[in-house]
Design a binder for this molecule. Structure first.
Ligand code: NAD
Length: 492
């Protein structure tokens, strides 16, 4: 057992020894297994050591997944798959406090972690509803031919996730993959594997999912790359950075041309018009950039304000930022946490230090480490940011907002907002619905929020365009990534 201290008392967990393969935890098969020490990023104290998987474990997990696909899982009807997904949702719900604590122990405030676990439950329930409704199309009979299509599972799917929403991002992939009848090898991010490992334990204990259908391999690049390049894995759904996403696509091309979905980063624009409800816009902009301490793929990191409102808006936004309570994320008294680890902390601090020196912007608030222990960074706003500044062009993935120079016209702001290789999300605040609809049509992003931000829901497809990737998590569209379509023609 290991235990995590929270403001409500300690919480105990089973020790997850090694990878979860074929329904149980087992020592890694790697020739020299490595044990990764996970630190609590608020205290820099040891949380747990995790034995990481190696390429040998990928082979073992693929074999167990293939056996399950040929065996009991093959005979699971849509109804039975639906029931298993509902069992998973129930197991997560009944253990939501423990899972919340595991997420919060990675530097995420308890309040946000609680919300994440509720979203996980919702996601499994939503895709349970699809499991018994997967169908193809029927075509009008032509001459003496009858044609229709059937949807088949892809087979063994490799799911690779990033560190920022560990169990949410995993659920976005696991739930549709199971709904369609696939078998899974999940590789969580090396910084945040614990909640995914606990999901393995819950599935084994509380559901009828056959062993081998769901496997979890903790580890980093070596195990990720072995999944991407494996010839018997036929789908890779990846969430992470653009650099690694490109390697995933290359590996898929070189190995077996597996299907690929890429959920990558962003540099999302926020546009506030003078006619907007400014108090609401301030609150939404605050959440757009600072939720999860900016470690959010759709973080609204470039703010465009219409000329004339900037002084008032920034005064209110600065006051809102000064309300945050930075501190231990396992204590409900605090609502702003840390960067996930020292590497991310140093990366983000480098962006801030460079911005302070390069003269491309002015610091409005923040700009420093908070305290001298843990990976806390103050919520930071730079304003009057030049279009070419590093903080305006590159994904910081931390609590840093670039307020760009004010805009004077609709066409001007749309051109500036779209002037990025990324295309994940965008936000617009205005009371004028004609203007809002024009922005929706013109913004080159996979998601646009109007008079709100960051509202994701299981029934809505989520994913980017341009260098933010392709394919969708969530919504009925996610099912396309986990099925193949067979066309059938019968002479009648
Ligand atoms: P990352 O790219 O460093 O790592 C992501 C995952 O890929 C990890 O599990 C990692 O171990 C694995 N990996 C590393 N090298 C690999 C390789 N060669 N082959 C296969 N897998 C490999 O990203 P990160 O730092 O964990 O997360 C931050 C990034 O994720 C940001 O760019 C963020 O925008 C993006 N993200 C996107 C979405 C989305 O839905 N679009 C959601 C969350 C995060």
């Amino acid at each position: 057992m290991f235990s995590i201290k929270t403001s409500k008392g300690p919480v105990s967990f089973t020790r997850f020894v090694g990878p979860f393969i074929n329904g149980k935890f087992q020592p890694s098969l790697a020739a020299k297994p490595s044990r990764k020490p996970l630190l609590n990023p608020c205290t820099e104290e040891l949380l747990e050591n995790v034995e990481e998987a190696g390429p040998e474990d990928v082979d073992a997990a693929v074999k167990s997944a293939q056996a399950a696909l040929k065996g009991p899982w093959k005979n699971f009807t849509g109804r039975k798959r639906r029931n298993v997904l509902l069992e998973i949702a129930q197991a997560v719900e009944q253990n939501k406090w423990n899972l919340t604590v595991l997420e919060a122990a990675c530097g995420k405030p308890l309040e946000e972690a609680k919300f994440d676990i509720e979203e996980v439950v919702e996601c499994f329930r939503y895709f349970a509803g699809h499991a018994d409704k997967l169908h193809g199309q029927n075509f009008a009979t032509e001459d003496n031919h009858k044609s229709y299509t059937v949807r088949k599972p892809v087979g063994v799917c490799g799911l690779i996730t990033s560190f920022n929403y560990p169990l949410v991002l995993a659920a976005w992939k696991i739930a549709p993959a199971l709904a369609c009848g696939n078998a899974i090898i999940l590789k969580p991010a090396p910084q945040t594997p614990l909640s995914s490992l606990m999901l393995g334990e819950l599935i084994a204990k509380h559901t009828d999912l056959p062993h081998g259908v769901f496997n979890v391999l903790p580890g980093g690049e070596a195990v990720g790359s072995a999944i991407v390049n494996h010839k018997d894995i036929h789908k890779c759904s990846f969430t992470g950075s653009g650099g690694v996403g490109r390697k995933v696509m290359a590996g898929a091309a070189q190995s077996n041309l597996k299907k690929v979905t890429l959920e990558l980063g962003g540099k999302s624009p926020l546009i506030v018009f003078a006619d907007a409800d400014l108090d609401q816009a301030v609150e939404d902009v605050f959440g757009a950039i600072f939720s999860n301490m900016g470690q959010n793929c759709c973080a609204g990191s470039r703010l465009f304000l219409e000329k004339g409102i900037e002084t008032d808006f920034l005064k209110k936004l600065k006051a809102r930022v000064e309300e945050v309570k930075i501190g231990d994320t396992l204590d409900e008294a605090y609502n702003f946490g840390t960067m996930v680890d020292r590497v991310q902390f140093e990366r983000v601090m480098n962006f801030i230090e460079k911005a302070k020196k390069d003269g491309d912007s002015e610091l409005l608030v923040g700009g420093k480490r908070y305290g001298d222990k843990g990976y806390f960074i103050e919520p930071t706003i730079f304003h009057n940011v030049k279009e070419t500044a590093m903080i305006a062009t590159e994904e910081v993935f931390g609590p840093v907002l670039s307020v760009m120079k004010p805009f004077s016209s609709l066409d001007e702001v749309l051109e500036r907002a779209n002037a990025t290789p990324y295309g994940l999300a965008s936000g617009v605040w205005t009371k004028d619905l004609t203007k809002a609809e024009h922005c929706v049509q013109e913004l080159e992003t996979g998601v646009t929020w109007v008079n709100c931000y960051n509202l994701c829901s299981s029934h809505l497809p989520f994913g980017g365009v341009k260098a933010s990737g392709f394919g969708k998590d969530l919504g009925a569209e996610a099912l396309d990534g986990y099925t193949t379509v067979k066309a059938v023609t019968i002479r009648v």
